[in-house]
Write a protein that binds this ligand. Structure first.
Ligand SMILES: NC(=O)c1ccc[n+]([C@@H]2O[C@H](COP(=O)([O-])OP(=O)(O)OC[C@H]3O[C@@H](n4cnc5c(N)ncnc54)[C@H](OP(=O)(O)O)[C@@H]3O)[C@@H](O)[C@H]2O)c1
Length: 325
């Protein structure tokens, strides 16, 4: 039998139920994957609360997993039964012991990347790959701002940006998180729950301000983040941890110095298989050479996914979190 965390209606963590569901069989183009570890991501919270809408209810949430291919459907050539694989992609359905998924969304894992590390890093790490290398290609010597710098995406982004030669300013919710971010390449952690991050950015850059801000906090940081940019700077809003950014007057971009604004998603940047594979390979490379260390700082049994969501939403997690079936 197969067990999964399902939601029947949107709501708080208590909406997630541990249930027995049928084991699916792979259709044409699909693979059946037995998960060894599942990644916890903020997007799982959005699907649970209804900020993002699942195709139907009840549904199994979750976007990321790592495990072994058990069977493949007709026409599948990219993976075979027995392959170690990982993914970070729609459709949702990762909070389960086994699932089917389009085989061309799977990436084969190198032998020296564990299932746990893979489940912890695929979604957050490929996100960092496209943000730092494609949305705004960060160059050596540039100074950048990363919000939630001690989080899952945050710790990977600090390390990778440092590896690219950037100076990293990062916001964090506590002194302990500031230390953690610093230990992962954040040159200037700012505790934004007590410090004015825009004033600190001005001080750190000697008034020059920044070419780019990576903002995943959303509503609470958006307007002030715009004020951290130099003219022609790029505002990258890629998440909503504090809520979605409300409707916005584009004239503000003109007033603040001909700014650029983008709201990117990993889905777009990995829509083509060649982009997915290239993104995963770039991530494997920085991890295997030690430039980026994946910090799995929380582990929960899959059946206790509600506890994991509570910790994530209460800002009690740092680095990455995995759910273990
Ligand atoms: N667009 C994309 O392609 C994409 C892909 C992956 C992730 N994301 C986004 O990136 C962000 C980070 O994802 P993650 O999974 O790595 O999570 P995370 O950063 O580990 O956790 C969220 C962090 O946001 C900060 N935060 C600030 N205000 C908050 C609030 N009101 N409630 C809760 N947290 C708040 C907290 O850090 P502090 O205590 O330090 O403030 C918290 O630890 C999320 O917004 C996610 O949606 C976007």
């Amino acid at each position: 039998m197969n067990h999964a965390i399902r939601i029947h209606e949107h709501g708080g963590p208590e909406a997630m139920k541990w249930e027995e569901i049928p084991t699916p069989s792979p259709g044409p183009g699909e693979a059946l994957v037995r998960h060894a570890a599942i990644g916890l991501n903020y997007i799982d919270v959005y699907f649970r609360t209804g900020l993002y809408k699942p195709p139907s209810l009840p549904c199994v949430i979750g976007m990321e997993g790592a495990g072994t291919v058990e069977a493949v459907g007709e026409g599948v050539t990219v993976v075979r039964p027995g392959d170690r694989v990982a993914y970070a992609t729609a459709p949702i359905g990762a909070y389960a012991e086994v699932r089917t998924i389009k085989a061309d969304r799977l990436v084969k894992l190198p032998d020296d990347i564990s299932f746990e590390v893979a489940a912890a890093m695929m979604l957050q790490g490929m996100t960092v790959e496209y943000l730092l290398r494609r949305t705004f290609p960060v160059k050596p010597g540039q100074t950048i701002l990363v919000h939630a710098a001690a989080g899952g995406v945050g710790l990977i982004m600090c390390q990778w940006a440092k590896h690219l030669g950037a100076t990293v300013i990062g916001t964090v919710g506590s002194d302990a998180k500031a230390e953690l971010a610093r230990a992962h390449g954040c040159d200037h952690p700012i505790v934004y729950t007590r410090e004015d991050f825009q004033a600190r950015v001005k001080e750190i850059t000697g008034g020059k301000m920044l070419p780019v801000v990576y903002d995943s906090v959303g509503r609470e940081t958006f307007m002030k983040s715009l004020d951290c940019l130099a003219p022609l700077g790029m505002m990258v809003v890629f998440g909503n941890a504090s809520g979605a950014v409300p409707p916005f007057d584009v004239g503000i971009l003109a007033a603040k110095g001909s700014l650029f604004l983008t709201r990117p998603t990993l889905a777009t940047y990995t829509a083509k298989r060649e982009d997915l594979v290239a993104s995963a390979e770039a991530l494997f490379e920085v991890v295997r050479k030690g430039a980026v260390k994946i910090e799995v700082n929380q582990r929960f049994p899959l059946r206790d996914a509600a506890e994991a969501h509570r910790a994530l939403e209460a800002r009690r997690t740092t680095g990455s979190t995995v759910l273990l079936p």
